[in-house]
Every structure is written in structure tokens, then in C-alpha cells.
Design a protein around this ligand. Sequence first.
Ligand SMILES: *[C@@H]1O[C@H](CO)[C@@H](O)[C@H](O)[C@H]1NC(C)=O
Ligand SMILES: *[C@@H]1O[C@H](CO)[C@@H](O)[C@H](O)[C@H]1NC(C)=O
Ligand SMILES: *[C@@H]1O[C@H](CO)[C@@H](O)[C@H](O)[C@H]1NC(C)=O
Ligand SMILES: *[C@@H]1O[C@H](CO)[C@@H](O)[C@H](O)[C@H]1NC(C)=O
Length: 524
Amino acid sequence: MEIIKYVLFCVVVSLCSCDAYKILVVFSMPSPSHGILADNVVKHLLKAGHEITYVTPYIEKQKNQTNVHLVDVSPVQKILEDAGEMLNFKQILDGADDIVYNKNVLFELVATVSNKTLGNPNVQKLMRDPKQKFDVMILEYMFNDLFSTFSAVFQCPYIWFSTIEPHWEVINMISGPMNPAYNSDYLQARIPPFTFLGRVQELWTQIKGLYYHEFDFYYVEEAIYQQQVVPILKEQGKPVPDYNELKYNASLMLGSSQVAMGNAVPLPPSYKHIGGFHIDEEVKPLPEDLKKIMDNAKNGVIYFSMGSNLKSKDLPDELKKGLLEVFGGLKQTVLWKFEENLPNRPKNVHIVQWAPQQSILAHPNLKLFITHGGFLSFTETIHFGVPVIAIPVFADQYLNANLARKHGIGERVNLSYNLHKDLKVTLDKVLGDLPKYTSRAKVVSAAYHDTPMKKGEELNFWVEHVVRTRGAPHLRSVALQVPLYQKLFLDLFVLLLVAAVVLLLVVRTIISLLTSKSPKLKKN
Ligand SMILES: *[C@@H]1O[C@H](CO)[C@@H](O)[C@H](O)[C@H]1NC(C)=O
Ligand SMILES: *[C@@H]1O[C@H](CO)[C@@H](O)[C@H](O)[C@H]1NC(C)=O
Ligand SMILES: *[C@@H]1O[C@H](CO)[C@@H](O)[C@H](O)[C@H]1NC(C)=O
Ligand SMILES: *[C@@H]1O[C@H](CO)[C@@H](O)[C@H](O)[C@H]1NC(C)=O
């Protein structure tokens, strides 16, 4: 018996130790959906037996895990809480929300989050600790490049993690800008093919964005690198790489996307789709009360949730009343995720303060999902093959709403003081043609599921691949080494221009020589 135990022990130890790596995971965007993605990255890596050091603002859920060393950056939550006061329905409705309508405000916000993360005493302690060694790092890419500076401290390969559809700002980090003739900026939210004006706007957006990235924001970020990281490198006698070398040195980019959900845009070999990895393979059972409501809904259920950032309770009263009236007129049961109790509810409308969204979407009686179109909700609706009506409110939600329309799985409604009226029209349209939308949702869902590996396994595979191949140099896009002027053949253009000018001058001189000589010739 003892022998068997010993053999088992040895097998377990050898299984776990042969490719158990030390991995640093840094996700500091203090937004619940980013926290969900990060927690699930950690979950899959732990399942594969790796040892994780996890920099996160959300430490509560992780506290009892073994093999996880938590680095608490919860003070960054304050930055978004302050910004959160700017992010509410009323201001968005009135077109007065800076985070939503002004990209530079967003950039400043995320630079502050990164600065506060790097400067956090726990992170500083981690960087100063000579015992800390990692095989690879997974760093959230949130519109600034600062986390790449961890690679100067720990001198190991790193992987960017992108949280939405691949777009030029993230692909720029691993391959260079994308062709704006058919790649949309995520806020422009266009679906190709573009009109002439659309292409020009995409081009202008990229030119402006690249300028900010390479100049304006470069100096802000470089200064933060100098202040928060360079002193540590000097103390430890490590080389101080140029900031530009660090930030364009990722081994890989993991994207929370799937090609079946998006536009099939051409991507470099170092971009890997792992979208859907955050969804549990086994659907958790619904709580009893919800299960009863859904099981008993003879005409099906419509689920309505505006996500975790915006609170439905901040909706103006006339909109709440209007929405209740619209829902009351439906024969379906409506589940509305709402943070407070709503008086005078019609019989078929139920309020849930907290909603196990995946379990609701998986229920066979669910007919339609009315969503803000956040990336996680969009992924989940495709995972479970449910039609949607999307009411985008900010960031990539417009793009997701437009993609839902493109794929034929739903419609888009704009947020306005007329929301209830517009929603009624769209509800009539979608419910009137529900089998068509549902069958499209099933088709897209089947393509999304038909991948060679499970999404979580794929995440682990690529992370381990980077370690096994010492930074995966073979995957790096050659395009990254080619300066933009060469990609655009501007050097050839200049050469041809100079040649044309020279030719013109030569011809002109010859002509003028000939014409000035000709009188003499005549005289002779
Ligand atoms: C962690 O474990 C302690 C003691 O076992 C328990 O009281 C606590 O509720 C657990 N916390 C979480 C978040 O699971
Ligand atoms: C970054 O944070 C430090 C404090 O840790 C502060 O002194 C500095 O001004 C900040 N830099 C920027 C660009 O915000
Ligand atoms: C870039 O990455 C490679 C492979 O991970 C590494 O060998 C090299 O030192 C890195 N360069 C810098 C400047 O960090
Ligand atoms: C919603 O807004 C977009 C962008 O402003 C516009 O193109 C679209 O036509 C609007 N949709 C409806 C149904 O009004």
C-alpha cells in the first residue's frame, strides 16, 4: 500500500514538475469584465499546473487558491470609481460624457492606471525582489505600452493580452498598422466593405492615432518608465533598454476574440484567438427561483441586461416607465437585471439583482438577449447561440452591435430618450422573424465552437509554446522590422519623383540649348 502511494506521489510530482512554469500575470484595469477575463486566464494556467504571480485590483476571489501569489493593486480602483461618476446613462444620453466621446480622456485614464500600478508599493517590492524569476509574463494591453517594461526587470519573454476584436492599435504592437481600407478602428465600428468616405475616415483615424502613439503618449509613457522602472534596473545593475525596444518586443498576442464572431481580417502569425475561454465548460445550475421562472415560461424568456459598468437604476424615470410598458405588452417572460426594485411591474416582468448570465443564456426557454453589447456578453450570446438586440453605450459595444447585425443574429438600437419607442419597433421586427435570427445564431455558434482545441487549452498551449521556444522568435511578424515609409514605398515614390524632376530639367535644358542655338544655326 505504502509503495503504491509512493509511486502515485512520484507520478503526480513528475507530471506537475516537468512543465510547470512560473508565470507573471498583470491585469490592472479596474473594470469587472477585465477582472473576469484575468481570473479565467489564471484559472486555466493553474489547471495546467503552473505557478502564478498575479497582479490584480480584485484580490478577494483569489485569496484561497494555492499556487497563486497575489500582488494587490486595489488602489487603482479609485481611478475608475472617480471616472465612473462620469460614466452614467444621463450624461451619455445628453452627449456629455468625456470617457465615451473623447478618446484622449480614455488614454490619459489608462496611462494613470498603468502608472499607479507600476508605482504601487507591492509592485515596486515585487520588481525589487531579486528572488523573483519568471518563465513568461502575460500583460494586459490597455492602450498603453507601459507593462512591457516588466520585461526589462524580469528579463523574460512576454505576451500581450488584448480584450476585444483585433484592431489596428493592438496589431500595431506586433506587426505594425493595419490597412485602413478594410480594418476599422474599434470606435469607428465600421463593417467592411467601406464607402469612399468611410475609408478616408479610417485612414485619418489611424494617422491621428499613430501620431499620438509614437509622439504625444510616447513621452508620457517614457517618463513613467524612467521614474518607476529605470531606478530599479540601475540598482540591480541590469541594462536599461530603450523604451521603444521593449514595447515592440512581445512574443505573442492572445486575443479574447474568435474569427467566427468578427470580421475575418488578415492577422500576423503571432496573434492567437482564444475568445470564449472565460466561459465555463459546464453550465452552472440556475438558482431555484430563477429556474422556476424560466422553466414555467410558456412563451419563452427575454433576458435584458446592460452589463456591470452602467447601473439601470440611473436610467431616467420616463425611460424606466416606458420600458416597463413595452415589456408588459409582450407575451414572453422578461428577466431584467436591475439593481433596485421597480414598483408597478407588469406580471411578466421579473427583476434580478444579480444574474448568472451564462446559465440564463444556456436555458432552452431563452429566446432573446437584450444587451449593451459588451464583449463578454457578445461572446456569450454567440457561445450559446442566442439572438440579440444590442443597445451599445460605449467603447467597443458599437462594433459588437454592428457585428451582430452583420452576422444576422440581431439588431441594433441606439440609446436615446426614445429608447423605449425604438426598442418596441425593433422587438416587433425581431420577434416577428425570430426563427430566422435564431437559426443564424446557431450557425455562427457552430462555427465558433468548431475549433481544433478547447479555448482554455489553446491559451495554455500558446503560453507554454512561448516558454518552450524561448520567446517564439519564429512567430514574430517580419512587418515589424519594416519602417512605415518602406511599407508604403515612399522611398520609391521619392526616387521616382526626383527622377521625373531631373528628367524634366534635362529635357528643358536640351530644349533651351536647341532653341538658343537655332538662331545662330540659321545665321550660319
Ligand atoms: C477562504 O477560506 C476561509 C477559511 O477556510 C473561509 O472562511 C473563507 O470564506 C474563504 N474565502 C473565500 C473567498 O473563499
Ligand atoms: C506617475 O506617478 C508618480 C507617482 O508614483 C507621479 O509622481 C508622476 O507624476 C506620475 N506620472 C504621470 C505621467 O502621471
Ligand atoms: C526581446 O525579446 C527577446 C526574446 O524574448 C529577448 O531575448 C531580448 O532580450 C528582448 N529584448 C529586449 C530589449 O528586452
Ligand atoms: C444609430 O446610430 C448610428 C450612428 O450614429 C446610425 O448610423 C444609425 O442609423 C442609427 N440607427 C438607428 C436605428 O437610428
